[in-house]
Write a protein that binds this ligand. Structure first.
Ligand SMILES: C[S@@+](CC[C@H](N)C(=O)[O-])C[C@H]1O[C@@H](n2cnc3c(N)ncnc32)[C@H](O)[C@@H]1O
Length: 278
C-alpha cells in the first residue's frame, strides 16, 4: 500500500499543493464531473461527497445538484477541508470532518440520495465504507466511485494500443537506484481492489452493481510532474527528503517531453440500493 493510502493528508503543505493542482490541471475536476454525472443528481435532496478533500468533487456535484439540495463533504483531514471551507462558498454545502467508515453517524436520519467518492475509495476500509453507504442510502440511491487503474488492475484499450514509453514514475525509480543506491522496487503485486473484489464487497453490503466502466484520462508529462510534486504523492518513498525527491523528479522530467500525453486508466463503478428508482 502506498504512503498516501494511509497518512499524509492532514498537512498544510500537501493540502495547499493539492488544491493548487486541482485548480491548475484537469485531473481531479474531470474525474469528479464524470462521477457526478453518473450519480444522476437531478432529483437529489441530500448528496454526500465522500473523502471530499479540498472540494473539487463537491464543486462538480454542486454544478449538477438542484438549487434546494444539501451537499455534505466528508473527509478525515482537517487541513484539506480548511482550504475547501475558505474557497468554496455555497450555502448548500457543509463540511464534516470524519472517517468515511463513520459516514452513518454524520448523515440525516432520512438518508441520502447519492454518495460520490472520487479518487479515494481504495484508501479506506472498503467493506466498512460500503456497509456504511448501504445504511445511509435511500432505495434507488446511487453510490458512484472510481478506483485507480493500478489498484483495480485495469488498463484502458487506448493505453494498451500506445507504444510504450518510460513513465515519470519508472524514470524516478531508475535514477533512485542508479544514483542513490535505492533498492529496486518489488514487481507490482496483485491489484488491491479489482472489480471482482468490488462486486463481492458490494454484494456483502447489500448493494447492486449497476455499471462498471474502464475510462481513460489523458495527462501531459507536465501534469504528471505537478502531481508528483504534491508532497503526499512524491516519490521515491522511504528515506528520501522532499528536496531529494524533487531533484530526482526534475532529472527524470528532463528526459521526457512536457507535452507528451500519457493515458491513465480508471475503473468507474456505479452501485445502487435496489428499490424505488432515483
Ligand atoms: C486524492 S484526495 C481526493 C479528494 C477529492 N475527492 C478530489 O477529487 O479532489 C483523497 C482524499 O481522501 C481522504 N481520505 C482518505 N482516507 C479517508 C478515510 N478513511 N476517511 C475519510 N477521508 C479519507 C484524504 O484525506 C484526501 O482528502
Amino acid at each position: 500500500m502506498t504512503q498516501d493510502a494511509l497518512t499524509g493528508w492532514d498537512d498544510e503543505t500537501t493540502a495547499e499543493a493539492y488544491a493548487a493542482f486541482t485548480r491548475a490541471f484537469p485531473m481531479y475536476s474531470a474525474s469528479s464531473r464524470d462521477l457526478a454525472a453518473r450519480a444522476r443528481l437531478t432529483d437529489s435532496h441530500v448528496i454526500v461527497d465522500l473523502c471530499g478533500g479540498t472540494g473539487a468533487t463537491a464543486e462538480a456535484i454542486l454544478a449538477l445538484a438542484p438549487p434546494d439540495a444539501r451537499v455534505i463533504s466528508l473527509d478525515n483531514a482537517p487541513a484539506m477541508q480548511r482550504i475547501g471551507r475558505r474557497t468554496l462558498d455555497d450555502p448548500r454545502l457543509s463540511w464534516v470532518t470524519a472517517r468515511a467508515e463513520e459516514l452513518a453517524e454524520h448523515t440525516p436520519a432520512g438518508g441520502v440520495d447519492a454518495v460520490v467518492c472520487n479518487s479515494a475509495i481504495w484508501k479506506t476500509n472498503v467493506p466498512s465504507v460500503f456497509a456504511a453507504v448501504r445504511r445511509v442510502l435511500r432505495p434507488g440511491g446511487r453510490f458512484v466511485f472510481n478506483v485507480g487503474g493500478g489498484f483495480a488492475g485495469v488498463t484502458h484499450p487506448a493505453a494498451q494500443a500506445r507504444p510504450a514509453s518510460a513513465s515519470l514514475g519508472s524514470l524516478i525509480e531508475q535514477i533512485a537506484v542508479r544514483d542513490y543506491g535505492a533498492p529496486p522496487a518489488p514487481p507490482s503485486g496483485v491489484p488491491q481492489l479489482p472489480l471482482t473484489a468490488v462486486a463481492s464487497y458490494l454484494a456483502a453490503a447489500g448493494l447492486t452493481l449497476a455499471e462498471a466502466d474502464v475510462t481513460a484520462q489523458h495527462t501531459t508529462m507536465a501534469e504528471r510532474r505537478a502531481w508528483l510534486s504534491i508532497p503526499v504523492f512524491a516519490r521515491p518513498e522511504g528515506g528520501f527528503s522532499y528536496e531529494q525527491q524533487m531533484s530526482i523528479l526534475q532529472e527524470a522530467y528532463a528526459q521526457t517531453r512536457p507535452d507528451h500525453v500519457t493515458i491513465t486508466s480508471w475503473l468507474v463503478v456505479v452501485a445502487q440500493l435496489d428499490g424505488l428508482q432515483a
